[in-house]
Design a protein around this ligand. Structure first.
Ligand code: ADP
Ligand code: MG
Length: 253
């Protein structure tokens, strides 16, 4: 592997260094370092149990690190609470969509609009117009502009995934983390999801966990391969695909 760059002299959006978490002596993530550029789509791949989801849990503050550092912009995340990390600009989507089934698409997006960002004071109607415009913009980004008044329970599985991505996007996170976003999607929905990620990358970086190698090839700028809590390979998909270790522990199966 190439010599790791150091966070101090390079302008990464996210710099993870020496990250370790131990569950009763078992190291699910073991001395992991990872550097994500601005406007980068990074994909983490690896066998089940490799520690991929745990890495996202650590970054979003759901799990506390045993050792190591997670720097986002200039901020150290390991000492922060989950809601503070969200406010700092990190959005995270879990494997199962958490949307409000009994609310419409519009309402799901509207309630996800960040509170307390209003600069309009008492001018409620002006705020409403701003929120409405933002909801429309996001709905279009996630292919749901024609379903604004549909209750979310009637959306397809793929559309529900997109709605949840929209609910995160409306908060304008600088880092968006997605855990297996295309699992259970049709081929057509996977293609559209790849297009969606390309669209939203202008203002942010995306960290994705995925098993669908076709999808990974479509979207990844760089791939990090995890095995037993450690990085075993990193680089372009073309590069890691040829790595004998990666083939042995993951791609060969
Ligand atoms: P992946 O997402 O790569 O499939 P995970 O990050 O979910 O892997 O899990 C990595 C390992 O850590 C697994 O062996 C899992 O059982 C273990 N693990 C994850 N979370 C916990 C926890 N809260 N307590 C104990 N063990 C855990
Ligand atoms: Mg997982």
């Amino acid at each position: 592997m190439n010599a790791a760059p150091t966070a101090s002299n390079t302008d990464f959006l996210l710099s993870v260094e020496g990250l370790t978490v131990s569950f009763d002596g078992f190291k699910a993530v073991d001395d992991l370092s990872l550097y994500v550029d601005r406007n980068e789509i990074r994909v983490i791949i690896g066998p089940n149990g490799a520690g991929k989801t745990t890495v996202l849990d650590l970054i979003c503050g759901r799990t506390k690190a045993t050792a190591g550092s997670i720097k986002f912009e200039q901020t150290e995340l390991t000492t922060m609470k989950e809601h503070q990390i969200v406010r700092a600009g990190v959005g995270r989507k879990f494997q199962n969509p958490s949307i409000y089934e009994d609310l419409t698409v519009f309402e799901n997006l509207e309630i996800s609009y960040p509170k307390g960002r209003s600069v309009f004071g008492a001018l409620m109607f002006q705020r409403d117009a701003t929120v409405r415009a933002r909801v429309m913009e996001i709905a279009e980004t996630v292919f749901l502009q024609d379903h604004l008044n549909l209750r979310a329970e009637y959306l397809s599985h793929g559309q529900k995934q997109w709605l949840e991505i929209g609910m995160l996007l409306i908060q304008d996170p600088a880092l968006l983390m997605l855990d297996e976003p295309v699992a259970g999607m049709s081929v057509a929905e996977r293609k559209k999801t790849a297009e969606l990620l390309q669209r939203i990358i202008q203002n942010r970086s995306v960290l994705v966990i995925e098993h669908d190698m076709g999808f990974v090839e479509d979207i990844a700028h760089k791939v990090t391969v995890l095995h037993q809590g450690k990085v075993i390979a990193e680089g372009s998909m073309a590069h890691v695909k040829q790595d004998p270790r990666v083939i042995e522990v993951y791609l060969g199966h």
